[in-house]
Design a protein. Structure first.
Length: 520
């Protein structure tokens, strides 16, 4: 049995597959098998595998084209390694991915999952001309691997409060064979529904208590003209009904191929078929409207269609207009400008124009990415996990990568270098208080948009006692609370930088929390 199975399900895409495979055969480890699952026995794919000629390559095929989930299940059945990951046929694996994965699992033999968030490469064939041939790489210069609790992530996902890309899917994880076998023994399969990447992430958190998370990517996710997820949701160059029926048979009667709605459908399938008897969780259907609003400008050509669906959901669930604000339409999907953008004390987002540095394929992007990330020897393992962080006299920071990020329960955006904005009418903080019977005075430093003296936008707290000091720090006295204290803020007035003419950011922002501390 090889230690690693690097699995590539593919459908008639030898043009991008060639470069995806180049990143796999570049893995220096020999204890590796590379499984190519050729859906429909495409001659070009078969010829490519033969031409590469690497002894670690294994080619499997079906006589006819089968659904995506069936092809993935066959690919998984043909993988014999102890540690398994799937790579899309326009994605790539960093050269030290197997080395890092092997070291992590050797250090923690009980671990069954190592996950990461990939860099993003938009191929020259990507549909949005303004973003083509771009590498987006968020680099943390402190390489950490830490345990993450599965249950809170599952609950946040089913409440539409976190993106599916945060799940430990086979597309962004090494999964130990023991986990796969446990699922298959129970259900006779590992993949459910029509979107196997999403379903694998749900299954993985449902069957684990914790998983390991690397803040340094081990792969690059590619989006090309072949990427079917993109073609599902665009009005131009859209997948045909025949293609949808062939690859996603469960979606054949779905009139709306909005990605957020399709993912919600997958969530319902897993709730019904897996979670009810494994790790029960409730799908908060009402929250789908927020997820669709947040992503509405990802497909500007379908803006009005998506807006109509959101309005229908708001009517169905009695969501008032001041509770959910639909962003204004943009001409192009929001995207960071080229260059380096600091996003934290030791973290930066690099957006590289491939035309300026000679990028043409995902293999080129992988080569560049490998030069700007910390090396494998710099990995630091963080033991233990604080699901709810403790607040003390030392300020708890809400900046990206700050310890206070774990206190942001709901209603918040991604962290920024200074802190985190709220993006919903109601947002919740949860912190652990110091022990003892004495009342605790908490100080919350925050900002508003536009800046307003005295923080007038904070109109409600879970506790009645509140005051502002001369520096604008909100002070809350809490007494008689043991363990975790929950702080709820309600924002009646929100505006976006776009509405203020400051930028293209269409998010309705309310309160920006910077830090919280115990006051003497």
């Amino acid at each position: 049995m090889p230690r690693f199975s690097l699995v590539v399900p593919t459908l008639r895409r030898a043009d991008t597959l060639e470069h995806a495979l180049a990143t796999l055969v570049a893995q220096p480890e020999q204890d590796v098998e590379i499984v190519v699952q050729n859906n429909g026995d495409d001659p070009g794919t078969r010829a490519l595998v033969e031409r590469i000629g690497d002894s670690r390559l294994k080619h499997f095929s079906t006589d006819e084209v089968v659904s995506m989930s069936e092809n993935w299940e066959l690919a998984l059945a043909n993988a014999s390694g102890e540690l398994i990951t799937f790579i899309g046929d326009d994605d790539g694996l960093l050269p030290d991915a197997c080395r890092i994965g092997g070291d992590v699992f050797a250090h923690d033999p009980e671990a069954e999952l190592l996950s990461w968030e990939p860099f993003l490469y938009l191929w020259p064939t990507y549909w949005d001309e303004q973003r083509r041939n771009r590498l987006q790489a968020r680099v943390s210069f402190d390489f950490e691997i830490r345990p993450e609790p599965s249950r809170p992530l599952l609950e946040q996902f089913y409440a539409f409060r976190t993106h599916y890309s945060k799940l430990p899917m086979l597309y962004n994880s090494f999964v130990r064979r023991s986990l796969v076998q446990r699922v298959r023994r129970r259900y006779g399969k590992y993949f459910f529904g029509s979107l196997p990447d999403v379903s694998s992430g749900i299954v993985d958190v449902a069957f684990t208590e914790t998983f390991l998370k690397s803040n340094r990517p081990l792969s690059v996710a590619g989006l090309s003209g072949n990427s079917f997820g993109q073609r599902l949701s665009r009005s131009t160059a859209r997948a045909s009904p025949q293609e949808i029926e062939r690859d996603f048979p469960a979606l054949r009667s779905e009139p709306d191929t909005n990605v957020e709605r399709l993912i919600a459908g997958e969530m319902a399938v897993l709730e019904r078929e897996v979670l009810r008897d494994q790790k029960p969780v409730t799908l908060e259907e009402r929250r789908l409207a927020w997820a669709m609003a947040a992503a509405i400008n990802e497909s500007p050509s379908r803006y009005h269609e998506t807006r109509s669906t959101i309005l229908a959901l708001m009517e169905r669930f009695d969501i008032p207009p001041d509770e959910l604000i639909i962003p204004a339409r943009l001409d192009h999907p929001p995207a960071p400008a080229d260059g380096m953008h600091p996003v934290g004390p030791r973290e930066a987002l690099f957006v590289v124009d491939g035309a300026l540095v000679g990028l043409e394929t995902v293999a080129d992007a992988v080569g560049l990415a490998s030069q700007i990330v910390p090396g494998a020897a710099l990995a630091r393992r963080v033991t233990g996990t604080e699901i709810v962080p403790r607040v003390s006299e030392t300020p708890l920071s809400f900046a990206r990568n700050g310890d206070g990020q774990r206190a942001l329960v709901s209603g918040w955006s991604e962290g920024e270098p200074w802190g985190t904005w709220s993006v919903e009418r109601e947002c919740v903080l949860r912190v652990r208080l110091p022990g003892g019977d004495r009342p605790v005075r908490l100080g919350l430093r925050y900002r508003t948009l536009p800046p307003r003296k005295g923080g007038a936008r904070i109109v409600e707290w879970a506790h009645e006692q509140r005051e502002l000091d001369e520096h604008g720090e909100l002070i809350l006295e809490v007494s008689g609370v043991e363990g975790a204290a929950e702080i709820r803020l309600v924002n009646l007035e929100r505006e976006s930088p776009y509405e203020l003419g400051a930028s293209d950011d269409t998010r309705p922002l309310g309160i920006g929390v910077e830090q919280i501390r115990v006051l003497q």
